[in-house]
Design a protein around this ligand. Structure first.
Ligand code: T1G
Length: 657
């Protein structure tokens, strides 16, 4: 941008006696060493020129500054250090104004906070997402933000790591103004207006004290969601410390905490997850493939899964045609989808205009012929082979030759479903997770005959839904359910050997899972898995170890929460350890002549993780999964594996971090 070069990534130019500094460090203007050095040199330049009455700092491209360079976190920090550069900006004798053109996250938001004024474009956003990386802001965020916006707002923002849009940032006093036109020019005007006045240094502002009760109220929700992670609690502690510690002491304590957490296993795990998520879209063999254009999406079956899928597609701007077996079914399906949108309006996540606009792109018919112009058709009907194969055969007759057929099956073999059609090359698996309008994960199943362009189109479609698409091959249960089955198998082995179901669940919940395995099974219902086990009985390897406790439960009519009892009992819907289950387990051990033993929580967790990782390695060696990190992302985003543990493959140490 500018004709003045301060480093490889920082340049500037003087306009109307203001030094306009631009950070240009693709892809997200991260504050790597070159940026830190460049900002320092820009300050030197502005300080040396009397003609310069202030500086404006902005970012090149669509991002202001995406934060510190996360790739540098595995290396020792190098000077100039970010806190020092920002302290220089804050202490600068001439006004410094941030012209925030896009995302100002982490160190980017802290840069804006260190300036004496902040002007934002409407598309700008502000966030301190460090807790999502297992760390805390390390360049003044925990001490400057509370001084600017108040303790409670700062605690909420830093504790959750959520990004605020420009409007909300203006509302809480984080920025001074929003301008649609001439962002840098507006920032220069603000510099000029400050030039002769007292500069507003965030660090020097008084902190309005709040009661412990007020900050604990904000903290309670954050800590509950943290599930044992260290960073959110540390972030809250530092924000609270802003009320008692002098600014520089607060900065020093923040820096110590940041450097300590940066070395932690949790931070290493969350960094791994960050880059793993950015890798999912890079699929070997698809680099040069252009996805087909998808505008109109068909969803056959608008029950629990289908209605969620339809809402996801509507939220992403697609035209959606749902199909049910009857007029009555179609009316119900439409009602279910509209109901989900209504709930979003009630919770403030959507405005009525947005709902109406989405419903304007929705039709639910009772005849498959309504799908003749669909670009992509997803089936979400009952998970039965004959039903799905029959449906695909009929769809084959109805849809355009270039239309894609996707199956949402969880356990059936999509290759055999594809083989039921005349064009198996246009069949792909899109395995959503319930509720499909909420859950980020989609397993994109590359079937034996799936055409490359079809796979690329399915992947692009899932990305447009804002999902985390993980490409995998065909095997029973794909990646997620296969690894989850290994978890269930090992858990049942330990129950047979002496642990009780609630002990296993307690250990996994202490490890960070929101819910233990047996509680999850009760929530999902035990009868579907039972039916599958019975179907598989004739082909099961007689030499393979098989635990029959779950069968005994089902034979006793214990199908889980919906029947009021399963692995647990649910009086008043409260999960309760049931002595009948303990007795049933003891009887099964006695029947098999097993002498029970006790298990420590650590042993339970280790056995489960080892089994999951072993299954993961099998999936990699079979070529079902292409990256260990994909397996970890599936378990984190589909099965509650705590992200701050990195996933089964990461914890087993089988991955490159
Ligand atoms: N450092 C290094 N690389 C980064 C990066 C970062 N901060 N942010 C993104 N990338 C890479 C990413 O890996 C990908 O690479 C490419 O940029 C595009 O990313 C002191 C210590 C800014 C909203 O947590 O949220 O500041 O795959 O696909 O969808 O207190 O990136 O192309 O090779 O996500 O347009 C805090 C992280 C850091 C923000 C853009 N900051 N980034 O989204 O692109 S800690 C964050 C994002 C910190 C200070 C502390 C998003 C984005 P590749 P992308 P996008």
């Amino acid at each position: 941008m500018g004709d003045l070069r301060f480093s490889e990534t920082v340049s500037g130019k003087i306009a109307d006696r203001v030094l306009v500094v631009s950070i240009d460090n693709p892809p997200v203007n991260a504050t790597s060493l070159s940026v830190r050095a460049g900002l320092g040199a820009a300050l030197d330049h502005a300080a040396a020129l009397d003609a310069v009455r202030g500086i404006v700092i902005t970012g090149a491209g669509k991002t202001f500054v995406g934060g510190a360079d996360i790739k540098e976190f595995d290396k020792p920090p190098e000077a100039p250090f970010l806190p020092d550069v920002y302290l220089r900006i804050e202490q600068f004798s001439k006004p410094a104004v941030a012209a925030v053109n896009g995302a100002a996250l982490g160190g980017g938001c802290e840069l804006a906070l260190a300036c004496h004024g902040r002007v934002a474009a409407p598309a700008a956003s502000f966030g301190l997402p460090e807790v999502k990386l297992g760390i805390v802001p390390g360049a003044g965020g925990t001490q400057r933000l509370p001084r600017l916006v108040g303790i409670a707002a700062a605690a909420e923002m830093i504790g959750t790591g959520r990004a605020l849009k420009a409007g909300e940032a203006l509302g809480i006093g984080l920025i001074d103004r929003i301008t649609g036109e001439g962002l840098v020019a507006e920032a220069c005007v603000l510099v000029a207006s400050m030039a002769d006045g007292e500069l507003r240094r965030s660090g020097a502002l008084a902190v309005k004290p709040v009661s412990d009760a007020e900050i604990d109220a904000v903290g309670a929700k954050i800590l509950a969601r943290a599930r044992g992670q260290a960073a959110p609690a540390e972030a809250l502690r530092l924000v609270k410390a802003a009320m008692t510690l002098p600014f520089n002491d607060g900065l020093a304590e923040e820096r110590r905490t940041f450097l300590r957490l940066r070395e932690s296993q949790e931070a290493a795990a969350l960094r791994y997850v960050f880059f793993a998520e950015r890798a999912v879209g890079k699929v070997e063999g698809l680099e040069k493939t252009t996805p087909r254009n998808t505008r109109c999406v068909g969803v056959v079956g608008t029950g629990l899964m289908g209605s969620g899928i339809a809402v996801s597609a509507l939220n992403a701007g697609f035209q959606v045609i749902g199909v049910e077996q009857s007029e009555e079914g179609a009316t119900k399906g439409y009602g279910r989808i509209a109901g989900i949108l209504d709930k979003a309006v009630q919770s403030g996540r959507l405005d009525p205009a947005g709902r109406d606009e989405r419903l304007g792109r929705l039709t639910v018919a009772s005849d498959l012929s309504a799908l003749r112009d669909a670009d992509l058709v997803i089936e979400a009907v009952f998970d039965d082979f004959d039903i799905k194969a029959g449906l695909f055969r009929r769809l084959d007759e109805v849809v355009r030759a270039d239309a894609i057929l996707a199956t949402n099956t969880s356990y059936l073999d999509p290759d055999t479903i594809a083989a039921a059609t005349r064009h198996p090359e246009r069949v792909v698996g899109l395995h959503f997770f319930s509720p499909a309008n909420i859950m980020r994960l989609v397993e994109v199943v590359n079937c034996a005959r799936t055409e490359t362009e079809v796979l690329a189109t399915a992947l692009a479609f899932a990305k447009r839904l804002g999902k985390l698409p993980i490409v995998c091959g065909v095997t029973e249960g794909f990646v997620g359910n296969r690894v989850f089955s290994a978890y269930r198998r090992e858990a049942e082995f330990m129950v047979e050997e002496g642990a009780l179901p609630h002990e296993v669940d307690q250990a996994m919940e202490a490890f960070g899972f929101p819910m233990g395995l047996f509680a999850v099974c009760d929530m999902a219902g035990l009868e579907i898995a039972w039916a599958r086990r019975k179907r598989q009985a004739s082909t099961r390897d007689p030499n393979a170890r098989y635990v029959e406790i779950a069968d005994r439960l089902c034979e006793a009519g214990r199908f889980g929460q919906k029947s009021g009892r399963g692995w647990y009992a649910y009086p008043e819907a409260r999960r309760t350890v049931d002595p009948d289950v303990t007795a049933l387990v003891v009887a099964e051990r006695r029947r098999k002549g097993i002498k029970p033993r006790s298990f420590t929580g650590n042993e339970i967790v280790t056995r489960v993780l080892t089994a999951m990782a072993a299954e993961g390695r099998a999936l990699l060696s079979e070529g079902i999964a292409t990256r260990a990190s994909d397996i970890d992302l599936v378990m984190i985003n589909g099965y509650g594996f705590p992200a701050h543990r990195g996933g089964p493959m990461f914890t087993a140490g089988g991955v490159d971090t």
